[in-house]
Design a protein. Structure first.
Length: 73
Protein backbone atom coordinates (compact mmCIF):
# COMPACT_ATOMS: atom_id res chain seq x y z
CA UNK A 1 0.00 0.00 0.00
CA UNK A 2 2.88 2.39 0.75
CA UNK A 3 4.26 2.00 -2.76
CA UNK A 4 0.92 2.89 -4.36
CA UNK A 5 0.12 5.88 -2.16
CA UNK A 6 3.45 7.66 -1.72
CA UNK A 7 6.12 9.09 -3.97
CA UNK A 8 8.98 7.16 -2.43
CA UNK A 9 10.69 5.81 0.62
CA UNK A 10 13.51 8.35 0.70
CA UNK A 11 16.31 5.93 -0.09
CA UNK A 12 17.01 7.53 -3.49
CA UNK A 13 17.41 11.26 -3.66
CA UNK A 14 19.05 13.79 -5.88
CA UNK A 15 22.13 15.76 -5.03
CA UNK A 16 22.20 18.20 -7.94
CA UNK A 17 19.50 20.37 -9.50
CA UNK A 18 19.27 18.04 -12.50
CA UNK A 19 18.83 15.00 -10.26
CA UNK A 20 16.10 16.75 -8.27
CA UNK A 21 14.33 17.71 -11.51
CA UNK A 22 14.56 14.16 -12.84
CA UNK A 23 13.24 12.73 -9.56
CA UNK A 24 10.31 15.14 -9.58
CA UNK A 25 9.49 14.28 -13.21
CA UNK A 26 9.53 10.55 -12.44
CA UNK A 27 7.30 11.07 -9.40
CA UNK A 28 4.77 13.07 -11.41
CA UNK A 29 4.81 10.43 -14.15
CA UNK A 30 4.05 7.80 -11.52
CA UNK A 31 1.19 9.88 -10.17
CA UNK A 32 -0.18 10.36 -13.69
CA UNK A 33 -0.02 6.66 -14.54
CA UNK A 34 -1.57 5.68 -11.20
CA UNK A 35 -4.37 8.23 -11.67
CA UNK A 36 -5.16 6.99 -15.18
CA UNK A 37 -5.16 3.38 -13.98
CA UNK A 38 -7.51 4.19 -11.10
CA UNK A 39 -9.76 6.12 -13.48
CA UNK A 40 -10.12 3.09 -15.76
CA UNK A 41 -10.86 0.81 -12.81
CA UNK A 42 -13.37 3.32 -11.47
CA UNK A 43 -15.11 3.47 -14.86
CA UNK A 44 -15.55 -0.30 -14.75
CA UNK A 45 -17.33 -0.18 -11.41
CA UNK A 46 -19.32 3.04 -11.91
CA UNK A 47 -20.81 1.76 -15.16
CA UNK A 48 -21.51 -1.64 -13.60
CA UNK A 49 -25.15 -0.73 -13.00
CA UNK A 50 -25.89 -1.10 -16.72
CA UNK A 51 -23.73 -4.08 -17.63
CA UNK A 52 -23.11 -5.77 -14.29
CA UNK A 53 -22.42 -9.23 -15.58
CA UNK A 54 -20.25 -8.26 -18.56
CA UNK A 55 -17.96 -5.82 -16.79
CA UNK A 56 -17.61 -7.86 -13.63
CA UNK A 57 -16.82 -10.93 -15.73
CA UNK A 58 -14.10 -8.92 -17.45
CA UNK A 59 -12.63 -7.98 -14.04
CA UNK A 60 -12.83 -11.59 -12.87
CA UNK A 61 -11.05 -12.83 -16.00
CA UNK A 62 -8.37 -10.15 -15.60
CA UNK A 63 -7.80 -11.13 -11.96
CA UNK A 64 -7.57 -14.82 -12.87
CA UNK A 65 -5.07 -14.04 -15.63
CA UNK A 66 -3.05 -11.89 -13.25
CA UNK A 67 -3.03 -14.63 -10.63
CA UNK A 68 -2.05 -17.26 -13.20
CA UNK A 69 0.82 -15.12 -14.49
CA UNK A 70 2.15 -14.69 -10.95
CA UNK A 71 1.87 -18.42 -10.23
CA UNK A 72 3.88 -19.34 -13.34
CA UNK A 73 6.92 -17.33 -12.18
Amino acid sequence: MTTLTTVGYGDFKGYTSQEYGFTMAVEFMGILIFSIMMGFINDIFVGAEEDDDDKLDMVDKWLVNLDNSRMSK
